[in-house]
Write a protein of this length. Sequence first.
Lengths: 317, 291
Amino acid sequence: MSATAAPAQRVATRRPRGAEEAKARRERWARRGPLLPALIFLIIVTQIPFVLTVFYSLFSWDLAKPGSPHWVGLSNYGAVFTDPVFFAAVLHTVEITFISVGIATLLGLGLAVLLDRAFVGRAIVRTLLISPFLILPTAAGLIWKTTLLDPTYGIVNWIIRIFGGTPVAFVTAQPMASVIATVVWQWTPFEMLILLAGLQSMPRDVLEAARVDGASALASFRELTLPHLRSYLELGILLGAIYVVNTFDAIYMVTQGGPGTETTNLPYYIYQRAFLGFEVGQSAALGVVTVVGTLIVASVALRVMFSIFIEDNTAKA
Amino acid sequence: MATVAATATRRRPRRRRGPGLRARLSSVAWATLAWFAGIVFFFPVLWMVITSFKPEAAAYTSNPKFDFSPTLSEYKQVFSAGMGPFLANSAIATVLSVLLVLALATPAAYALSLRPVGKWRDALFFFISTKMLPVVAAIVPIYLAVREVDMLDSIPTLIILYTAMNLPIAVWMMRSFFLEVPGEILEAARMDGADLRHELTEVVLPVVAPGLAATALICAIFAWNEFFFAVNLTSIRAATMPVFLVGFVSSEGLFWAKLAAAATIASVPVLIAGWVAQRQLVRGLSMGAIK
């Protein structure tokens, strides 16, 4: 930075107007300085790999076979768009994300409402409720697959038997539901915490006034609480979706994408193609298509996010 | 007020809810429901811990067994299976990546809030947009690049990737904590001719310190729990706890009690940290939008 400042000063002694310009430039760089390390780091680690992904997607390259990569143009993309497993994986990704985030948000809202009222042991209940979010996701997958969902020894089937039902081999008979249950269990606390914070930031006197005026609990929830929660709901859904789209651990641990490809989502499919199939070009093309698809969805999501934070939260000069 | 009440209660007569029987009953019902929900959600965790203290035979019963003589033998077996280095790798990768995240995110967030650069909106947009790109799409070139520089199976690789993974969220969180610094105080300090260092240490730091802790906690949770990079880029030397757990399943088979013991050990550090720092967790997760 001092290197840019020195010549600027030399110019400044000659022309007074240049001095102001140089000062302004110095000020701009002084402001940029703290930002640059993070920006450069992130560009190197996250953007260059994506550029390389595009590059690799134009080659046929099998890591398991000898011989160097050779140029194949767009044929990897042709393979992607004629691959039925790819479309299944897209569908499963959308399914897992929408259903899991939807259920987790609804459950989270219900739990947040429960926790918003004072009762004996509220702090303990809140502690119990946030625990699933803190459990190692791989451990959670294992526990769900074995001790909870196992057809003979699992607790869930024990409960089903108590109520006179027939046990279900969840992981093979209901693979998608098993994955979603695991994901929902892990992400409900996350939604709950965000919504609880929203509820607690609600002005009490407004609710009190509505109650005194005889509004039913349901009516004041719908007319007052929900509008207030809107931005918190948006934040929770958006952040939840960012993470749930990338669900990998639960699928790896619970179903391994199966049976067949019934629970294979895009992350798991790309992993399979790259690290079990060693097909660099193919999985790179899959990656590019995934990125483009995500960008379309994300550009909408980002606009939402910006409306949450930037509108009434502008930077101080 | 009478007129408002009259319009609001067209159907329902206005009822006075004192601490009558009805109200007491409803608050008991409320508490019961909340406790029930809490126990249901916590049950898998509890069951994992209970199973980890069972002798292996007691873990497989079609009716869940509660009367068993607790044993630590499963834990001993897990430790003798060589879990120590994995635990250490997880701890090193988590702590160092969190420190690096804070070192990069704090100045960046400052430059996006209190002394903003010209295009702070674009920069902010860029940071969060990297989070939208699915990490799987970049795993192939990352793998090849890491292999090229001979850094497969090394902890520094994980530290760099975990830092990149958490940096955008950390910048957003820290920025919102910086914005909580009261403008008047900042203005007053600048008027008094406080230099930058004074401004940061005396005025800004005390306000953002809890936010810094919240950010660190969230980043630590995500780093400790990370599995995708770890399973694809490490094998023996730098493998972390999630990788140990997976390897444990394939090498030892599905022995539930032993698995539960390993899963418990792998989860306990983050579980306790999250319990202790619940307030920070809420602040961090809501990106500081909530006080």
